[in-house]
Design a protein around this ligand. Sequence first.
Ligand code: MN
Length: 233
Amino acid sequence: MKKPIIGVMPLYDEDKESIWMLPGYFDGIKAAGGIPLMLPRSLSEEDFDTIDLFIDGYLFTGGHDIHPSLYGEEKHPQCGIIEKERDALEAMIFRNICGKKPVLGICRGIQLINALMGGTLYQDLRLELDSTVDHHMSPPYDNVAHNVTIINGSILSDIANKEILGVNSYHHQGIKELAPGLIASAIAEDGLIEAVEGSCGGFLLAVQWHPEFSYQTDEVSMGIFKKFTDICR
Ligand code: MN
């Protein structure tokens, strides 16, 4: 059987002016039976259409904060560095493929998807969310930082097969208002939505935690890569 090709959003290092990749994203896809392929930092829509012919699904990776203008807000001082070129690339790709090709979002990915579908974000959880949960853990990142409750009947509950799941946590932003067209499928103890699924047609799963750091030690993290890769086949 042909292995699915997964288009992976590139990470950007502004100090080195380089695109780069965390091995866990690639290795998680490979371990799940897919072939990862990193996309360029910018693409015309026409060139994207050509590439898209060969790609079976898309992984929206972690990284910089997205510009609050994507959800109609001014940028607060606590909002991190913005990478406008990446915002533009990912918005163009998501709008072209949503409902047509499987999508997996991780960290920035869940935030981007929620914003593009009409939701909003906390620009800084510590300032805006009354919470005792530590969402910004120290390494090692395959440790559990906090629990989430998984909503029954979701894709995620199918993967995890349990109601309470321990997850890692390395994010300072998060979903404030959930976009129409998304359902919450995991919720942290402080009420923060940590996983969403789509109702826009095709497969769409996004998580606020980082399965790319824990797929080797945690079955559910591996299960997320496996489910996504299997659907892309
Ligand atoms: Mn968290």
